[in-house]
Design a protein around this ligand. Structure first.
Ligand code: NAP
Length: 294
């Protein structure tokens, strides 16, 4: 068997087009333009690239983008003051504080200070709790992207054996909650799991969010399974050039899987597209409007 490739780039473009359509409708019917504020402290090059892409896609989907750059030396008080100002700003519907933060900052305290209604990263404990209890919540973007990708393969995830490798608050735990909400039978695995390959071989839907290059091998895959690879790992390639690989050994896994995401070009593009989705959802909720069609 050769797996169907799940083309995250094209699927993300489709999601952004739907967001743009909803933004046009909100503007014409309600005079509402969703706004996303992104806060970047310091000059981490990877964070700068992410923040640029986020601002670009925000503008391209017709929303307002507010960029806040702070120096590496910013104090906790300065950062919290900015977050509180954005909480109170009616033109801002989504607030994202780019992680990692400089070492003098307590990142959890910053995340906890964001108004949960504007928490488009979905990291606030209120949103994590709402997701876990089955209430409407702003959900973390990468997990949301994983579920959208899985649903391009399966009309319904109900009853599927889903195995999640990794239990981080950013990916593993929220993706497990989303899959549970879709009525999958979910197993969450981690570094202490016994016989991980055997657990993975049970999966109709396997989500790998580990951060270990190509750890999931071909013989861990149940024939016909759907494999969603969240990993982004930079490794040394031929001629000393670096390249990006996922947490799944793609060539081996693609021989057995029914469908698989590539890295890059799978989950990655979905993350920012889902940030756009969350910003429109937050804007509608704050304005007391029905959920948007995206
Ligand atoms: P993380 O916080 O480091 O969590 C990694 C998880 O993997 C932990 O739960 C850890 O288990 C588990 N793990 C580590 N080694 C393992 C092993 N040998 N066997 C089984 N489980 C193991 O990482 P993360 O933030 O979730 O990110 C995971 C990967 O996704 C990274 O490559 C990251 O770059 C990527 N990522 C991509 C996107 C995107 O937009 N595509 C977004 C976020 C993250 P313990 O809990 O037991 O330590």
């Amino acid at each position: 068997m050769t797996a169907r490739i799940i083309d995250g780039k094209t699927i993300a473009a489709g999601v952004r087009a739907k967001v743009a359509g909803e933004v046009r409708r909100l503007s014409s019917q309600h005079g509402l333009t969703p706004g996303l504020a992104v806060v970047l402290a310091g000059n981490n090059p990877a964070s700068e690239t992410y923040v640029r892409s986020k601002a670009k896609q925000t503008v391209e989907t017709g929303m307002r983008s507010f960029d806040h750059r702070l120096p590496e030396t910013v104090s906790q008080d300065e950062l919290l003051t900015l977050v509180r100002k954005l909480n109170a700003d009616p033109t801002v519907h989504g607030i994202l504080v780019q992680l990692p933060l400089p070492k003098q900052i307590d990142a959890q305290l910053v995340l906890n200070t964001i108004d949960p209604a504007k928490d488009v990263d979905g990291f606030h404990p209120v949103n994590a709790g709402r997701l876990a209890t089955g209430l409407d919540a702003l959900t973390p973007c990468t997990p949301l992207g994983c579920v959208i990708l899985a649903k391009t393969v399966h009309d319904s995830l109900a009853g599927l054996e889903a195995v999640v490798v990794g239990r981080s608050n950013i990916v593993g735990k929220p993706v497990a909650q989303l899959l549970l909400a879709e009525n999958a039978t979910v197993t969450v695995t981690h570094s202490r799991t016994r016989d991980l390959p055997a657990v993975c071989r049970r999966a109709d839907l396997l989500i790998a969010a580990i951060g270990k290059p190509e750890m999931v091998r071909g013989d861990w895959i149940k024939p016909g399974a759907t494999v969603i690879d969240v990993g982004i790992n930079r490794v040394e390639g031929a001629g000393g050039k670096s390249r990006i690989v996922g947490d799944v050994a793609f060539d081996e896994a693609a021989k057995l899987a029914g469908a698989i995401t590539p890295v890059p070009g799978g989950v990655g593009p979905m993350t920012i597209a889902c940030l756009m989705v969350n910003t429109v959802r937050a804007a509608c909720a704050i304005a007391g409007l029905p959920k948007p069609a995206v």
